[in-house]
Unconditional design. Structure first.
Length: 301
């Protein structure tokens, strides 16, 4: 792979100094391998080049059909890589510095209504009841959905929950999120009950609440996402509208609709920066309009 030692050194720095998660490192490796491969094909050396090849690579992403958001993410990775090379004295300049990013229109997150989540849960509960006598897959899926909607966990946090989480006497989970940051996530009684029912049906020993025959030893994000689409279809919902991340969005949006503070939702989601949580301000806008309409003394005039 072109530039493999440089990629390895950069990723080692991200892991050691910034606590980058394994998923982040894997994504960066793919992005940099694609970028350095393109540079090598055009005869460019990443240690001695100007801005033009970076711009040409970004232009090529558009012709490949990548969205502005995906191109911006790749540019962020490329910038970090070139800054690292410059800071380490491996390159005399940072060719990415003068390169402007693609214009991004921040799309609103896909969100399910409360009624749609209820339909999803109803179908999952029926499947769990039908399989209570032997097949525990339905019970596991119900546990996953109940937990995700009750907590707003990232899917990577959800599938990697330890088995001890199901037997805790506390009304919260301690979750280690991005960058190794820990946070408290409150648990509803329904979610706790779903975990206990799932744990009672587990026949496999091990450290994970959702064990599976995978490299990690626990259920993969991809498997859960695939099975969730099956439940969505059974509930009469379009499968392309339902994913683990959409349920996380539903958790946040429904909290805000019911009066939760944006800062509290930020803490529950594990966002380091409030700007990340502000994608939900459309929910706040609707709530504020309703408050003015219902509570302002001159609105009846």
């Amino acid at each position: 792979m072109p530039g493999e030692p440089l990629i390895r050194d950069y990723l080692d720095m991200l892991a050691a100094e910034r606590g980058a998660a394994a998923n982040t490192l894997s994504a960066y490796r793919r992005d940099l391998a694609d970028y350095l491969g393109a540079l090598a094909r055009d005869g460019h050396d990443p240690l001695a080049m100007e801005a033009a090849p970076v711009r040409a690579y970004l232009a090529g992403l558009e012709t490949r059909g990548l969205s502005a958001a995906s191109a911006a993410r790749k540019l962020s990775c490329i910038r970090g890589f070139h800054r690292f090379l410059y800071a380490e004295g491996l390159a005399e300049d940072d060719p990415s510095a003068p390169v402007g990013g693609p214009r991004r229109v921040r799309a609103l997150p896909k969100v399910l209504s409360v009624a749609e989540v209820d339909r999803l849960l109803t179908v999952a509960r029926e499947a769990a009841s039908a399989g209570a006598s032997g097949d525990t897959r339905g019970i596991r899926m119900l546990c996953l959905i109940e937990l995700l909607y009750a907590t707003g966990l990232r899917v990577s946090e959800l599938v990697a929950l330890p088995r001890a989480a199901a037997s805790t006497k506390e009304r919260y989970l301690v979750v280690k999120g991005k960058g190794g940051r820990e946070r408290l996530v409150p648990l509803t009684e329904i979610a706790r009950g779903a975990m206990r029912d799932h744990l009672a049906g587990l026949s496999v020993e091990g450290p994970w609440l959702f064990p599976a025959d995978s490299e990690s030893g626990h259920l993969t994000r991809q498997s859960f996402a695939r099975d969730l689409k099956g439940v969505a279809s059974a509930a009469g919902l379009r499968a392309d509208r339902v994913s683990p991340h959409v349920l996380r969005h539903a958790f946040a949006s429904h909290l805000l609709q019911n009066g939760a503070d944006l800062r509290i939702v930020q803490e529950l989601l594990g966002h380091a920066d409030i700007s990340t949580t502000q994608i939900y301000t459309h929910v706040l806008d609707d709530r504020l309009k309703s408050m003015v309409r219902d509570l302002h003394p001159l609105m009846d005039e």
